[in-house]
Design a binder for this molecule. Structure first.
Ligand code: NAD
Length: 363
């Protein structure tokens, strides 16, 4: 059965104040008539500015289509209340602690948000779903947004990850996401909850908290700070523009059967050093300074358990859903650099609020 996303009445997005979540909410605003509920605990990486700005430009009637719910998934009573209050037809679950370095320093936050939080969401959604009228029950979906990091690390000549790749997470972050994926799977097989899981590769684009490789490199270069790269910089990631990821999620929710899993990739494998040098060359072109930005690059001691390569084989989503990435890496990287140049004020504000040391390393 196809889900009618456009005519859904209520959509609940968890983690909607984060990078991918706020891009998703703006997409849902444009492409559906639903009321959109944004559930978020407002952690260090959160910002409501993108959505607020977007809503300010809309008519008042449209602004009534949005509501923010300040809620931590770790608190099951609040989760129960948020679900009963928003009465969702669809739930997009993006709320998670998401930075590998932070998971090495403070793993407990990841266990709480990513495992207990997902458990609470599933449990309370199940109680809500069981009480729905049968036609609503049939079209209800919860889509759980996960990462390719659950599959572990590839060597340079291994075939890419796909939906049948065994889980082999290396970091507390990827282990906590792997656990949440298993819980989602169990709630489908045991209780019949109509869930779908996606595993996506590295996202980039506007409104990403500047601790990850791409925005951090841009900001360090603009501030004339050194640009730190782990190890030899030869680790490989497959990059996807955030709008392509959001588009994939919205197509999957409409067409995928409950219990299905999809790997979502950008077909853009690059070594970290290639990405960093590329950003430097874009800056040399659009914001030249006395010497090339690449002179700021330094290589630092590698992160423990640093995965060598992530890469996604997207054949299943291409074949079954008819989705493939629209955007080209070079163009959207340039667009992203331009966005960060224009929005340094937002970056400085959010970094200051979070107490973040900008010289740390991203990714
Ligand atoms: P982000 O850190 O920018 O946003 C995550 C949001 O979740 C934050 O606003 C945070 O406050 C919220 N959150 C965290 N724990 C919560 C809790 N217990 N209760 C309520 N809200 C909570 O992260 P992102 O990059 O937007 O990632 C979103 C999701 O996509 C995550 O689940 C992540 O694992 C997944 N993902 C991200 C990438 C990527 O490259 N960024 C790639 C694949 C998958």
């Amino acid at each position: 059965m196809e889900v009618d996303l456009k005519n859904s009445k209520s959509i609940l997005v968890t983690g909607g104040a984060g990078f991918i979540g706020n891009n998703l909410i703006r997409f849902l605003f444009k492409n559906t008539r639903a009321k959109i509920f944004n559930l978020d605990k407002l952690g260090y990486s959160s910002s409501l500015e993108a959505i607020d700005k977007y809503l300010n430009d809309l008519k008042i009637e449209s602004q009534n289509r949005y509501e923010f719910l300040n809620c931590n998934l770790v608190n099951d009573k609040d989760v129960d209340h948020a679900i009963k209050y928003s009465k969702p037809d669809i739930i997009f679950n993006l709320a998670a602690e998401s930075h590998v370095d932070r998971s090495i320093d403070s793993p407990l936050n990841f266990i709480e948000s990513n495992i207990i939080g997902t458990f609470n969401l599933l449990n309370k959604t199940l109680s809500y779903w069981k009480e729905l009228k049968s036609y609503k029950k049939d079209s209800f979906r919860l889509i759980h947004i996960s990462t390719d990091e659950v599959f572990g690390s590839l060597s340079n000549d291994d075939p890419r990850f796909n939906e049948r790749t065994p889980y082999d997470p290396s970091s507390p972050y990827s282990a906590s996401k792997a656990s949440s994926d298993h819980l989602v799977n169990a709630w489908f097989h045991t209780y019949g909850l109509p869930v779908i899981t996606t595993n996506c590769t590295n996202n980039y684009g506007p409104w990403q908290f500047p601790e990850k490789l791409i925005p951090l490199t841009i900001l360090n270069a603009l501030s004339n700070n050194s640009i730190s790269v782990y190890g030899s910089g030869m680790n490989i990631r497959d990059w996807i523009y955030v709008e392509d990821h959001v588009d994939a999620l919205c197509q999957i929710i409409q067409k995928a059967s409950p219990g299905e899993k999809y790997c979502v990739g950008g077909n853009s494998e690059r070594t970290n050093i290639e990405v960093v040098k590329h950003i430097c060359s874009i800056l040399d072109e659009i914001k030249p300074c006395d010497s090339p930005y690449s002179e700021l690059i330094i290589f630092v001691k590698d992160r423990p358990g640093h995965d060598n390569r992530y890469a996604i084989d997207s054949s299943k989503i291409e074949k079954e859903i008819g989705w493939s990435p629209n955007y080209n890496f070079e163009d959207t990287l340039k667009k992203t650099v331009q966005w960060y140049i224009k929005n340094q004020k937002w970056c400085n504000k959010i970094l200051k609020k979070s107490g973040y040391d900008k010289k740390r390393i991203g990714i």
